[in-house]
Design a protein around this ligand. Sequence first.
Ligand code: HEC
Ligand code: HEC
Ligand code: HEC
Ligand code: HEC
Ligand code: HEC
Length: 269
Amino acid sequence: MTKRLSLAIALLTAIAAIGGLIGFQGGVPSPSEAVAAAEGAEKIPAPPQTSATPWTAPDQEAAKKRAQEFVPFVEAVMEECDLCRQMRLRETGLGIKDITNSYFLLDSPIIKKTEDLYGPVRFKHSKHASQLKDCALCHHRRPLDAKAKETTRCSACHQEAFRSDQPERLGLKAAFHQQCTGCHQEMQKGPTDCLGCHRKNVPDHKELVKLPEKPEPTQVTQECLRCHKAAGEDMLKTAHWLWKGPSPYTLNRSKHVEHGKATSAVNNF
Ligand code: HEC
Ligand code: HEC
Ligand code: HEC
Ligand code: HEC
Ligand code: HEC
């Protein structure tokens, strides 16, 4: 029982850290406020700080659906040099007016089949296009098929990694990482750290955590441990839990006493 009690203290500290996840959401705009603010200024407001905030993009639902669409694989790709492509696209007049979606959630089922560490990556398409002024920077190849779009989606050509039939093509995850992060590095603008683009897949704790009206500290700990068993066990191996040392009063005495959290001092209050 005593172990549980101080685990409660430790976990309460953690709760403070994730306060935003389980309730204290003052200051975060409601979806309607966010949309209203967005219409006043920039089309798409900045991404929220945590995945649990209630903000959604104006076309969030459509963006979610788009992310799940399967695009048939394109075998034959038109060969042209980067500069030729850039010039050709400029001549055809391809520009902002041809953008059909100002916003994408990148959350490909192809990638998620093998890895699912994070929530969808938000990508402000129109903002990028208007700032970079060159569609070919990202839409760097087109299918050979003359009927296909110049701006065919990345996932039509980049799918699973190491396909034996297309060994020179990167898998979709690498294609995104290399192009997105590569440009950010080169221009020294835009995020290059993982959490600049990814938010952890942390579910909304307002719904997960079930507690009575005025919970005892131990009840809170119990509730967290229902899902975070490993975190509880890790805690028992940390210095916070195990710390102890000789008592200054018993140094150089015949009876030596070890004092500290691991024995009596704090873990045993
Ligand atoms: C500039 C943006 C950007 C940065 C920076 C970035 N990524 Fe990604 N990452 C993406 C995109 C886009 C995808 C593809 C998302 C999709 O379609 O599912 C992706 C996919 C992934 C995936 C597979 C999907 C998943 O949810 O598990 C992993 C794992 C991943 N990234 C790890 C990292 C790590 C680790 C770093 C830091 C070293 C990093 N990324 C930095 C944009 C970024
Ligand atoms: C910074 C990179 C970048 C730039 C610049 C860019 N795009 Fe895109 N575009 C993307 C990404 C990423 C997607 C989503 C691809 C996917 O889902 O596989 C996309 C998707 C699209 C789509 C939707 C394709 C479909 O079939 O649904 C169109 C249309 C498009 N872009 C047009 C344009 C035009 C026109 C320009 C230039 C004015 C442009 N893009 C500039 C990265 C870019
Ligand atoms: C029509 C097919 C096609 C489309 C669409 C396509 N790619 Fe590629 N991509 C290729 C091929 C083929 C290669 C292999 C090397 C080459 O030809 O440049 C490649 C190579 C790459 C590379 C390796 C570096 C380089 O430039 O050669 C990156 C990064 C990349 N693609 C990212 C993307 C992203 C991101 C998108 C979507 C915005 C995209 N690709 C759309 C066909 C395509
Ligand atoms: C050719 C260059 C280029 C490519 C490719 C590119 N970006 Fe960016 N990105 C930028 C620049 C420049 C900024 C800085 C914009 C600013 O701060 O005003 C930026 C900013 C961002 C930001 C932070 C600001 C915002 O708009 O939310 C995110 C997130 C981001 N990029 C994601 C991506 C993802 C995901 C991809 C790949 C699908 C990508 N970028 C591809 C140039 C690029
Ligand atoms: C019904 C299950 C459930 C309950 C109950 C629960 N969590 Fe979580 N929690 C999760 C899941 C799932 C994640 C995301 C995966 C992960 O990071 O382990 C998560 C993530 C977290 C994270 C983020 C971890 C990180 O690395 O970013 C913190 C902090 C956290 N929980 C604290 C708590 C606390 C404190 C409590 C008790 C008040 C609690 N959780 C109760 C399921 C739960």
